[in-house]
Design a binder for this molecule. Structure first.
Ligand SMILES: *[C@@H]1O[C@H](CO)[C@@H](O)[C@H](O)[C@H]1NC(C)=O
Length: 280
């Protein structure tokens, strides 16, 4: 009898869940843990996921599907305290040679020093499009939303819906743009103390391990390869309006700490041609 009623309650719950949350973010449905040997854990019925890093390994997950354009959102709470040497990531990447990639990487720091948000775009295997930022809030104190909008005209990086960077399609000037290779979402937490923090001078303090980062509200609204679904398509022609441009100007003027377009030492022959085009 007890078994029967438990089963009945369970069935009602399952039916309710399938009615109330058909499109809500769910790590069980949309993601798969790819590495870390037990260091990645899905939490809270699929709504959250934790990644951890210790001396022996980091961990990571990826989206089950590959996408050709879309909007990708995740909320992240980064490793608190002394996170020097650690890198937490949220990026899109295709597979194989000449790959495309769109990156958000969060470079940890000593206690009290700011994280650096590293962004980059690779097309046909070539990157060198780095811009870096500090944040206007403590990314370890609460969850914040990080988003990538990717359509054939542009890539928009957003933090809590504030545009941080736009990378335009400048194929007409000969600059490759990711648009033919489907990409998967990848997220990871790993050790990169040979370069990540203050140029590699500050190493990971393993006495503070395990380091843990939390993800939640993993939301993908895009064209999933092998299905006929493209989600809402509201991202398809998305661009910045006047308000967005003002907000991004504020982010870039106040919080940008590195811009490949301004690095003449690194590019003595001249920075890439898109740098001379539009600021936005
Ligand atoms: C760490 O803090 C230093 C000093 O405030 C800062 O220059 C640097 O950009 C921060 N981020 C990283 C990843 O080193």
């Amino acid at each position: 009898m007890a078994i029967f009623s438990n089963f009945a309650v369970l069935s009602v719950l399952v039916v309710l869940a399938s009615f109330t949350a058909p499109s809500a973010a769910n790590f069980y449905r949309d993601a798969e843990i790819t590495w870390g040997d037990g260091r990645a854990n899905i939490l809270d019925g699929g709504r959250g996921l934790s990644l951890s890093l210790d001396q022996y390994s980091g961990s990571g997950f990826q989206s089950k599907n590959e996408y050709l354009f879309g909007r990708f959102d995740v909320q992240l709470k980064l490793v608190p305290g002394n996170s020097a040497g650690t890198v937490t990531t949220f990026f899109l990447s295709s597979q194989g040679e000449g790959h495309d990639e769109i990156d958000f990487e969060f470079l940890g720091n000593s206690s009290g020093e700011p994280y650096t948000v590293h962004t980059n775009v690779y097309a046909q295997g070539k990157g060198n499009k780095e811009q870096q930022f500090h944040l206007w809030f403590d990314p370890t104190a609460a969850f914040h939303t990080y988003s990538i909008v990717w359509n054939p005209q542009r890539i928009i990086f957003l933090v809590d819906n504030s545009p941080m960077r736009v990378f335009h399609n400048h194929e007409s000037l000969g600059v490759p743009f990711p648009k033919n290779q489907p990409m998967r979402v990848h997220c990871s937490l790993w050790n990169a103390d040979d370069w990540a923090t203050q140029g590699g001078r500050v190493k990971t303090d393993w006495s503070k391990a395990p380091f843990v980062a939390y993800y939640r509200n993993f939301k993908i609204d895009g064209c999933a390869v092998g299905t006929s679904s493209c989600g809402s398509r509201s991202w398809q022609n998305q661009e910045l309006d006047g308000k967005g441009r003002n907000r991004m100007r504020w982010v870039q003027q106040k919080h940008m700490v590195y811009n490949y377009c301004a690095d003449v030492q690194r590019f003595p022959q001249g920075t890439s041609v898109e740098c001379r085009r539009s600021r936005f």
